[in-house]
Design a binder for this molecule. Sequence first.
Ligand code: SF4
Length: 366
Amino acid sequence: MSITLDPWGYAAIEDYEKLLEEFGIKPVKDMISLYSLDHHFFARNVIFGHRDFDTWLEKLKAKDNVAVLTGFMPSGSPHLGTAMVYEELKYFQQKGAYVKIAIADAEAYAVRREDRGDLIKRGVEFIAHAIAWGVNPEKAEFYFQTNMTSSYYRLIQMFSRKVTEAEMRAIYGDVSPAKIMAALTQAADILHLQLEEYGGFKYVLVPVGIDQDPHLRLTRDIADRFENELGLKRPSSIYHKLLRGLDGNKMSKSRPEYAIHLDDPIELAEKKLMNALTGGRATAEEQRKLGGEPLKCMIFELYMYHLVRDDNELRDIYSECVNGKILCGECKRRAISKLRELMITHSENYNEVINQVEKYVKKPSF
Ligand code: SF4
C-alpha cells in the first residue's frame, strides 16, 4: 500500500525506510563522516533523509551563497517537535548559513481559519521561541507572509499558471482552494530567496519534518519549470523523524495534553512526562528479568532527541533499560530533572527576548 503524506494532517509514521524508497528520498547516513555532520540528530538517524543535501553542503564548503529557510504555521504554541527545527536552524547558522524564517500567517488564516489577531500574536511568539532556543537574530531574517512585497505575490501568480489541479491532487491527495493557495505560497517562501530583489541567488536548504515533503516535491517541480524564465533552482531539503506525542502518536499542537510545549509551566510539563507511554513491562519483577523496550518508549525518545546530548550517556541509559537495571519510575524522574533544566533555561531566555522581538520582525498591520 502506498503512503500519503499530508502536511496539514497528523499521521504517525511507522516505517521511515519505506518512505525513503517510496518518495526517492536519499538516506543521510552515508554523508555524516564525509561532511563532518556533527549534530546528534545525524548520528542518531533523527535526520534520516535528504534531497540534494550534498549539493548544498558543497556550496556551503565553497562559501557560496547558501541559505536555510523554514516556515512555522502559528497555530497553537511551539512544542518540542517545533524545537527540532529551531535546533537545525541554529546548527546551520553556526556553520555559516544565512537563516530566514517565514511565519505562515496567510496559510494558517486560509487552511486553519484562525483569527488574524491571534495569528499575529502567536507568530511573534514563535520567533521569540526560536531566538530563545539559540537562533541568532542578528544573522537571521524573519517575516510574516502577509507582509511580503509584490514580487513575492507575483511569484505565486506565476506558479499558478504552470501547476495543474491533477498534479496538486497527485501530490497532496485531497485539495481545496485554500490548500492550493497555501502550497503555492510555500513555494514562493522557498524560492523568493533566489530573486534579485531578495538579495540575489542562493542555494536554499529546507529542514523539515518528513510530513512536509509534499511541499518540497511541488516546489522542486516548479523551480524546474521556471529555471529559464526566472533562474530558479531546485531547493535542497533534509527530513527529520517526527517526535511522537507522549501517548506514542504524532506530537501535535492540536493535542496539547500529549505534547510538551515550550511555554508550559514546568509543573504541567512534569505531569505530562510522568504520564507518558513507556516501554516498561507489566510488573517490576518482569522488567528486572526481561528489561524494558526503549525503542517503544516516549521517555527514551525525548532523551534521544532533546534531553541527552552525550552519546555515551545515551548508550548507558539504553543499556540500563534493556538489562532491567532501572525501572521506569526512576528513569522518568531522571528525565524530569533534565527537562526541568532545559525548560528553565529556555523560559529565562524567552522572557529576555519577548519584549525585544519586534525589532527583528515587522508585525502585519491588519
Ligand atoms: S526504563 Fe526508561 S527508557 Fe526504559 S522503558 Fe522505562 S522509561 Fe523507557
